[in-house]
Design a protein around this ligand. Structure first.
Ligand SMILES: C[S@@+](CC[C@H](N)C(=O)[O-])C[C@H]1O[C@@H](n2cnc3c(N)ncnc32)[C@H](O)[C@@H]1O
Length: 200
C-alpha cells in the first residue's frame, strides 16, 4: 500500500476498489464546446493520465489522432475494455515522464485531473515535459482545479502559482470558469477551462 500519488500503486488500489471520486463518467461540457469550435482533422492530441479515457472517442470523432497514456494497469485495462479494439489501441500503458509516444510531437495536450493528481513538487516537471511533447505553437488545454491544496489529491492550483509555472513557456489564451453543475461534486465551482499556447 502506498499513499504517494507519484506511484502507480496509489492509483491501482483506487481503480481496483472502484474508489474514483474524480471520475466524471463522460465528456466534460467544456471539452464538448471546445471540440465543436476546434475540430481536429490532421492534428494529434495527447491525453496524459487518461484513466478510463472517457474523452478519447470525442477527440477521435472530432478528427484528432489520439494518444492516451496512463501508468496504472487497471486504468488502462478499464479504458481499453470500454473503448473496444479499435479506439482501445489509442490507450498506452506508459509513464508520462518517460519516452516518446505515437503521433508526437503533438498539436494538442488535453488534461483533466492530472496536474492536480500528482505531488505539487512535480508541477515544474509536468510543465517542462508537456512543452517538450508539444509542437512549437501547440496548445495545452484542459480543466484545472483551483481548490484546496492541502490533503490531496486533488491538490489545488492558485492563479499566481499557475502564472509562475506556465508563463515562461506558454501564453494563456483562454481562462473560463466551469459552471458548478458541469463538474463532479469533488470539483464543483472550483474548475477552470484553460488553453495555453506553447511559446516558440
Ligand atoms: C485523478 S486520475 C485522473 C484520470 C482521468 N484523467 C480522469 O479525468 O478521470 C489521475 C490519473 O493519472 C495517472 N497518472 C499519474 N501519474 C502518471 C504518470 N507519471 N504517467 C502516466 N499516468 C499517470 C493515474 O494512474 C490516474 O489514472
Amino acid at each position: 500500500m502506498t499513499e504517494n500519488p507519484a506511484e502507480p500503486d496509489f492509483w491501482n488500489q483506487r481503480y481496483v476498489a472502484a474508489q474514483t471520486p474524480w471520475d466524471f463518467g463522460g465528456v466534460p461540457a467544456a471539452l464538448q464546446r471546445y471540440l465543436a469550435a476546434n475540430p481536429g482533422p490532421g492534428q494529434s492530441v495527447l491525453i496524459p493520465g487518461c484513466g478510463p479515457g472517457h474523452e478519447i472517442a470525442a477527440f477521435a470523432t472530432a478528427g484528432y489522432a489520439v494518444t492516451a497514456v496512463d501508468f496504472s494497469p487497471p486504468a488502462v485495462a478499464q479504458a481499453r475494455r470500454r473503448l473496444g479494439p479499435t479506439l482501445g489501441g489509442a490507450v498506452h500503458f506508459a509513464d508520462f515522464f518517460a519516452g516518446e509516444f505515437p503521433h508526437g510531437p503533438f498539436d494538442l495536450v488535453y488534461e483533466r485531473t492530472f496536474l492536480c493528481a500528482l505531488p505539487i513538487a512535480r508541477r515544474p516537471e509536468i510543465v517542462a515535459r508537456t512543452r517538450t511533447l508539444l509542437k512549437s505553437g501547440g496548445r495545452l488545454v484542459g480543466l484545472y482545479y483551483y481548490g484546496d491544496k492541502e490533503e490531496g489529491p486533488p491538490f489545488g492550483l492558485e492563479h499566481a502559482e499557475a502564472a509562475a509555472l506556465f508563463d515562461g513557456g506558454f501564453e494563456l489564451t483562454l481562462d473560463l470558469p466551469v459552471p458548478p453543475h458541469e463538474s463532479p461534486a469533488l470539483f464543483a465551482g472550483k474548475e477552470r477551462w484553460q488553453e495555453r499556447r506553447h511559446r516558440a
